[in-house]
Design a protein around this ligand. Structure first.
Ligand SMILES: NC(=O)c1ccc[n+]([C@@H]2O[C@H](COP(=O)([O-])OP(=O)(O)OC[C@H]3O[C@@H](n4cnc5c(N)ncnc54)[C@H](OP(=O)(O)O)[C@@H]3O)[C@@H](O)[C@H]2O)c1
Length: 319
């Protein structure tokens, strides 16, 4: 990443191979997921953590080839998922903290593991925090891809009685329906909360998984069950977090649950093993949009920005 800006700031370059420091593993990468929050860092919407230029990327799947001091030698040769807060995973070789390494279960491909690693492991703690009762109606926003897609796959198992979802356009609506949504509303219509109201026909939403945020969140509050409704706020695809005030919540007797920040993300990291295990045993279907050569990272970011993906893009290093 040469600068903040459009996808073109991601360029393929030769750099020295990294060497593992104490507490680190060196991984020969096989599959590198392109993650939505990464596109926000690249564009400058989220702050870049380090001076530029840097080797981009936050997660990778591959085989451990070397270790730094203090790391269990049994890790060498293992296929793992690693995560790096300080970037560096869009690469053929990656050094990452050994504590971040999660073994990939047998039977799960590296591409599948890369696809499910972030979004699947966010969906699991979201469903836990929602604490569904078995009789409740939920709204899942942006349900055709990523976190929304995994939430939709798992919502009924986690205790949702009825799943209303949103997606952009007929193809993505079809995909959300395949994942288990009972009704899908097109969120490309700016009046989509009104369409949810019509669908509810007097009933109310008990739980809202809000990834769109912005102005629509306030309209959605009016559709929620007074006194027991919970909005789980975990993203702001519209460009702004949910525009709701404490008074908006107080006067409706609603709860807004914040699902981000360091402690939340530590819980997400904890859930990575469970997400991979579910993918390996078939209770969560990994959503791979396509596999591209690592050199095409800029193209991958462009596809995400254009909302043209139907799952995670996985980059494959050439080696
Ligand atoms: N709190 C956490 O722990 C956490 C962790 C990771 C990511 N996130 C956040 O969660 C959100 C979803 O991430 P993801 O990884 O699931 O993304 P993703 O798989 O890349 O999917 C993004 C999808 O969102 C929809 N979208 C994009 N812009 C939109 C807009 N303006 N309005 C409505 N929908 C829009 C698009 O679907 P359609 O084509 O169907 O519109 C797009 O395919 C992001 O805001 C991300 O930053 C939160």
């Amino acid at each position: 990443m040469t600068a903040t800006g459009g996808p073109e700031v991601l360029v393929a370059q030769e750099v020295p191979a990294p060497e593992p420091k104490a507490g680190e593993v060196l991984v020969r990468t096989e599959a590198v997921p392109v993650l939505f929050p990464e596109t926000m860092v690249r564009s400058g919407a989220f702050p870049a953590p380090l001076p530029l230029p840097l080797v981009f990327g936050t997660q990778a799947v591959g085989t451990v080839t070397d270790i730094g001091a203090g790391v269990d030698a049994a890790l060498i040769g293992q296929r793992v998922l690693v995560a790096k807060d300080d970037f560096g995973t869009y690469a053929e070789q990656v050094c990452a903290p050994a504590t971040s390494a999660v073994p990939i279960p047998a039977g799960l491909s590296s591409e599948e593991a890369a696809a499910v690693s972030m979004s699947g492991s966010v969906a699991l703690p979201l469903l836990k925090a929602a604490n569904l009762t078995g009789t409740e109606t939920v709204l899942i926003e942006a349900a055709a891809t990523g976190i929304g897609g995994y939430l939709t796959q798992l919502a009924k198992e986690a205790g949702a009685a009825r799943v209303i979802a949103t997606a952009g356009g007929p193809d993505k609506a079809g995909q959300a329906r395949e994942f288990g949504a009972d009704v899908v509303i097109d969120h490309l219509d700016p009046q989509w909360p009104q369409r949810v109201r019509e669908t509810l026909d007097g009933a109310t939403l008990d739980v809202v998984f809000d990834s769109i945020g912005g102005e629509s969140a306030l309209a959605v509050l009016d559709l929620m069950t007074p006194l027991s409704g919970r909005m789980l706020s975990y993203g702001f695809l519209s460009g702004a977090p949910a525009q709701v005030s404490a008074m908006d919540l107080i006067m409706r007797g609603l709860t807004l649950i914040g699902c981000s920040g360091p402690q939340w993300l530590a819980g997400v990291a904890q859930a990575r093993g469970a997400a991979l295990e579910r993918a390996a045993t078939g209770t969560l279907t990994p959503l791979i949009d396509r596999v591209l050569p690592l050199e095409q990272a800029a193209r991958a970011h462009r596809l995400v920005a254009d909302r043209a993906t139907r799952g995670t893009i996985v980059l494959r290093p050439g080696h």
